[in-house]
Design a protein around this ligand. Structure first.
Ligand code: HEM
Length: 533
């Protein structure tokens, strides 16, 4: 889809209409128009529950309540829950220990194959660590494959059930695994009520699989939530001298219920319990999260560090909404982060000079790698990641529903009519020769201050790896921190080179993300102690 939209843009210009099945889609790759659309409309088209899967009953609610598809107050409540957990600096920093633990374990996993000659597919390996990190941050339980289902302990079966169900939930976004009601809805959209009614009484095999996976997510999440609530009730009773003493979860650690207290799920549960639970657990939860604000006339959204007075508290979220956001966290964070890690590794293996320059910065600034603030202070690491996301954005386009007419006087008076399905092509903007000098080349220096923007972009709004406007990616800080931390760990231990098994040029395919079609095949050469020091 991404590459098709790019071809459309090259052929027909920055605003073009194409037909996808029986529906017109408007493809936009002009930064000013993209900005206007992202701020004018906060709605994504249709809803995944009806459009992609046609799920019914509680599994349908698990999808339908997701932050991706909900609107109005329900979206605001979900957005606030995400912001409080992954945008507020102290909450974001609380996830770093888990990320570093996972990175150490990941490097240990790679060690037996790291002899400078064995071919390793880093696309697969990064998939494992990205799921381990995202799962632990979201649910607070282990998502490592070797811990899932190897024994019959309750924590192991909880993890394995969640991991299997999350994989299934992700798989059903792949077109070939989707329900037959999807093409029917696309080909004959006027009959949509009929397809949905049929799907409710005659679910096909794909739908049944997807519904079973979402039911597992709901059941396991509910069990984890009940355990957490019971444990915290007991802890509060013992605090007030009414019951037996039981240790509450420690910050960043794992409670006896299995949910670590810094996880997204635990944060939402604390919010549901109100200020007493929030202040009695980590002492850092009062106040709002950072909120994404900005304006369509500005260069892009900025993130305010304090206060979300306009957003209602997550306490207003129902149980099913909390469950849904847990799954959304995984779906949004896992493949995107894993793909970005894999593509950045490909670029560094293919550009050894850049790799050496980056390693030199990391070696000289080891002390900064232990903290979220420190990781943000390394200019070349930042430039490499930004350039990697420019050339290979894991999400190639994002969608908006035009909820009103959107006039574009800057584009000769064009108007995007109300009701249009608008697709904003990130990939095309990132490779637009009018925006970037030598857009096809990997040049991290273009994001360094010394080049003064001479290598692009002409309009800062042409760089949108995380989307734009109030519905911009809420996990962008977390994703950036994860990729920087994992890449730093890898590069300080190994020199990465392409293996002959890697087909060149790199081929991309649109799956859930815009990902390497043949994997990323590299060798890992352990660095001399002298080089590491
Ligand atoms: C490199 C990794 C990532 C990339 C490239 C990425 C990219 C994106 C993009 C392009 C959007 C659509 C934005 C729009 O419509 O304007 C989005 C939305 C979203 N992302 Fe990410 N994302 C990444 C990682 C994450 C992570 C780790 C999380 C976990 C918290 C996350 C959570 C979300 C959510 C919840 C939304 C929907 C926001 C809303 O509708 O209000 N993302 N992401």
């Amino acid at each position: 889809m991404t590459l098709y939209f790019h071809d459309v843009t090259k052929q027909y210009g920055p605003v073009a209409q194409v037909w996808v099945a029986a529906r017109p889609w408007i493809v936009v790759s002009d930064p000013a128009a993209a900005r206007k659309i992202a701020y004018r409309s906060l709605a994504r088209p249709l809803s995944v529950a009806s459009f992609t899967h046609a799920l019914v009953g509680e599994p349908g609610d698990v999808d339908g309540e997701s932050i991706f598809w909900n609107r109005g107050p329900a979206w605001k409540a979900s957005r606030r829950a995400f912001e409080a957990s992954v945008l507020r600096p102290e909450r974001l920093a609380a996830h770093l220990p888990a990320i570093r633990r996972c990175t150490e374990r990941f490097l240990a996993r790679l060690a037996p194959y790291s002899d400078g000659s064995t071919a390793i597919n880093m696309k697969d390996e990064f998939g494992v660590i990205a799921l381990a990190i995202t799962g632990e941050v979201a649910y607070g339980v282990s998502f490592w494959p070797e811990e899932c289902g190897q024994d019959s302990s309750s924590s192991s079966t909880t993890s394995s059930a969640l991991v299997r169900a999350c994989h299934e939930c992700m798989a059903c976004f792949e077109l070939p695994q989707s329900t037959a009601y999807l093409p029917l809805q696309m080909l004959l959209p006027a009959l949509r009520p009929l397809w949905l009614a049929l799907a409710a009484v005659l679910p096909d095999a794909a739908q049944r699989r997807h519904m079973a996976a979402r039911q597992v997510i709901a059941d396991v999440s509910r069990r984890l939530m009940r355990e957490w609530q019971e444990q915290h009730r007991a802890a509060r009773a013992s605090d007030s001298g009414e019951g037996p003493k039981e240790a509450p979860a420690t910050s960043g650690g794992t409670s006896s219920s299995g949910i670590s207290s810094s996880s997204f799920l635990a944060a939402m549960l604390k919010d549901q319990q109100g200020p007493t639970a929030r202040s009695s657990s980590t002492g850092a939860e009062e106040g709002g999260g950072g909120s994404v604000r900005g304006s369509e006339s500005g260069a892009g959204p900025r993130v305010s560090g304090s206060g979300t007075a306009e957003l209602p508290p997550a306490a207003q979220m129902s149980e099913i909404q909390v469950i849904s956001q847990g799954l959304s966290f995984i779906l949004a964070g896992y493949d995107t982060t894993g793909t970005t890690l894999a593509l950045t590794t490909f670029l560094l293996a293919n550009n050894p000079t850049v790799q050496d320059k980056l390693r030199a910065e990391l070696v000289a600034n080891r002390g900064l790698l232990d903290s979220a603030d420190g990781l943000a202070q390394l200019p070349y690491l930042d430039a490499v990641l930004k350039e990697s996301q420019r050339l290979h954005p894991a999400v190639g386009f994002y969608w908006r529903d035009a909820t009103s007419d959107i006039p574009l006087p800057e584009l000769g008076g064009l108007v995007i009519p109300k009701g249009s399905f608008v697709s904003i092509s990130i990939y095309s903007m990132h490779r637009d020769p009018e925006q970037w000098k030598e857009p096809e080349r990997f040049i991290p220096e273009r994001f360094l201050q010394v080049t003064g923007g001479a290598l692009g972009p002409t309009d800062p709004g042409a760089y949108l790896p995380f989307g734009n406007g109030p519905r911009m990616c809420v996990g962008y800080k977390m994703a950036t921190m994860v990729v920087k931390s994992v890449m730093a760990g890898l590069l300080l231990r190994y020199r990465v080179a392409l293996h002959p098994r890697q087909p060149l040029p790199l081929r991309l395919k649109t799956g859930l993300t815009l990902e390497p079609a043949d994997g990323v095949w590299v060798t890992l050469q352990p660095l001399e102690v002298r080089e590491k020091a």
